[in-house]
Design a protein around this ligand. Structure first.
Ligand code: C2O
Ligand code: CU
Ligand code: CU
Length: 478
């Protein structure tokens, strides 16, 4: 894991009362590919069709379409509302959410609301496929205290990796009425993904039974092109000394981003289920696929530039480790403008309370053993329940990875708190729905099934592994 050191947030922060109403509202309908030095644009925002307060009603359509993803070359993709990443679902705690989903693809799909605490039958899991040409409405309420960054993606069994690789993924942002971070801070959304193209510009999906398919099956599919919001190496502009809040989602199928900004320490303020209790100053952060982080980034000296970089991260078995795995990769440029230095903003030393789940009340302990392609020596079976839990129970889960590569564990529907990794107590509490389990590592977490009986997935979030059956079912019963 990354070395974390607690630091004084105020030293790091000399921010600004800001300004710069960004390109956030510019829809990128047709993505004419933005070459280097193009400002980062946010994905479009899903339009709320409801005028009732506290209700967000949107229409989301998955369809096959063509987009200029790269160098102006037109590519066949799958997209939500014609864009990839799909439009952002912007919500507030307590909102009633109604999503009119239309599947205009020529194949079944689902939409899963990754990380959201909601009724099991609204989860968009493999239990709820929407047939080609079909429609379905999803209805759920955003829980209080759940402000954070989430995302949505397909979850059809055996087909998740394919549909995500074709372009189906989008962000969900949940805001709190009492967000402790100053409103004046400019916020950015960074949806990270990777892609692989053929010379003709089409998306490179490995031919069945090819060598590439075998490597994808082992490592999970990676691509050499790194995208932020569908853009390659975009620029984020910032004023000298300005502080920006970045919400980052790793939407890649398998790639782990080990993020750093040369010449700068980063203030890490949140994870999957929202803000930490206190900011933590770090040199780098490991973001496994499906994980989210919130960070505060500071502008440098006038006219200087730096980058957001992904440092080498060895998650592989030696046999299939990519040749260039140890090459650092730049993701975007951070350009500090020559504008006057931004006025200081104070970052609170305490962000919010993360109430501890009481491990002493745990009534059940379970072990999830990750082998290669299997969990507890079994492949996924939609007709089998692997674990049964009582509604209201607090449980301690041990996830042990007994093989030679990393596997990120994800549980649907419930946020948990990591207690220890390889016996080492977690330095601070946070809400997580995904946790990377390193090769030969054991991670222990506590979870409480406070609501929502039903069948829930847990799985490795390397999509190729999930599709191979590295998934199980937890049934929460009254
Ligand atoms: Cu992000 Cu089961 O999924
Ligand atoms: Cu999920
Ligand atoms: Cu895996």
């Amino acid at each position: 894991m990354h070395a974390t050191k607690r630091g004084c947030p105020k030293c790091l922060v000399r921010g600004s009362v800001l300004v710069a109403l960004l390109l956030t509202s510019l829809g990128l309908r047709v993505l004419p590919q933005r070459q280097t030095a193009t400002e980062l644009a946010a994905p479009p925002v899903l339009r709320n069709e409801s005028t009732r307060p506290g209700v967000v009603e949107v229409t989301l359509t998955a369809s096959a379409t063509r987009l200029a993803l790269r160098n102006g070359q037109i590519t066949d993709v799958f997209a939500y509302n014609g864009s990839s990443p799909g439009p952002t679902l912007e919500l507030r705690e307590g909102d009633r959410v109604i999503i009119h989903f239309r599947n205009d693809l020529a194949e079944p799909t689902t939409v899963h609301w990754h990380g959201i605490h909601l009724p099991a039958d609204q989860d968009g899991s493999p239990f709820h496929p929407v047939p080609a040409g079909g429609r379905r409405d999803f209805r759920w309420t955003v829980p209080r205290g759940s402000a954070g960054t989430y995302w949505y993606h397909p979850h059809l069994h055996h087909r998740t990796g394919h549909q995500v690789a074709k372009g189906l993924y989008g962000a969900i942002i949940v805001r709190a009425p009492d967000d402790p971070l100053p409103r004046a801070i400019t916020e950015r959304l960074l949806v990270l993904a990777d892609q692989r193209f053929r010379p003709d510009g089409s998306i490179d999906l490995a031919e069945p039974r090819s060598m590439a398919a075998r490597i994808d099956a082992e490592n999970g599919r990676e691509g050499d092109v790194l995208f932020v919001n569908g853009q390659e190496m975009p620029t984020i502009s910032i004023r000298p000394g300005e502080v920006q809040r970045w919400r980052i989602i790793n939407a890649a199928a398998a790639r782990v981003f080990r993020l750093a900004i040369p010449g700068q320490r980063i203030l890490h303020v949140g994870s999957d289920g929202g803000l930490f209790e206190r900011p933590v100053e770090v040199d780098e952060l490991v973001v496994a696929n499906s994980e989210r982080v919130e960070i505060l980034v500071r502008g440098g000296a006038p006219g200087t530039r730096t980058v957001l970089r992904s440092l080498p991260y060895d998650r592989y078995i030696p046999q299939t480790r990519p040749r260039d795995w140890d090459r650092p990769r730049d993701i975007l440029t951070i350009q500090t403008s020559r504008a006057p230095a931004a006025a200081a903003v104070a970052i609170p030393a305490v962000l919010r309370r993360v109430p501890p789940l009481d491990t002493a009340r745990a009534t059940v302990r379970r072990t999830v053993t990750f082998g290669q392609g299997m969990i507890n020596n079994r492949h996924f079976d939609l007709a089998r329940v692997d674990f049964t839990a009582r509604l209201g129970a607090t449980e301690i889960w041990t996830v042990e990875n007994v093989v030679g590569m990393d596997h990120p564990f994800h549980l649907h529907g419930f946020q948990f708190q990591v207690i220890e990794r390889n016996g080492v107590p977690e330095p601070f509490r946070s809400w997580k729905d995904a946790v990377n389990v390193r090769r030969q590592e054991t991670v222990r977490f506590v979870v409480r099934f406070d609501d929502f009986p039903g069948k829930w997935m847990f799985h490795c979030h390397i999509l190729d592994h999930e599709d191979q059956g590295m998934m199980g079912i937890l049934e929460v019963k009254r």
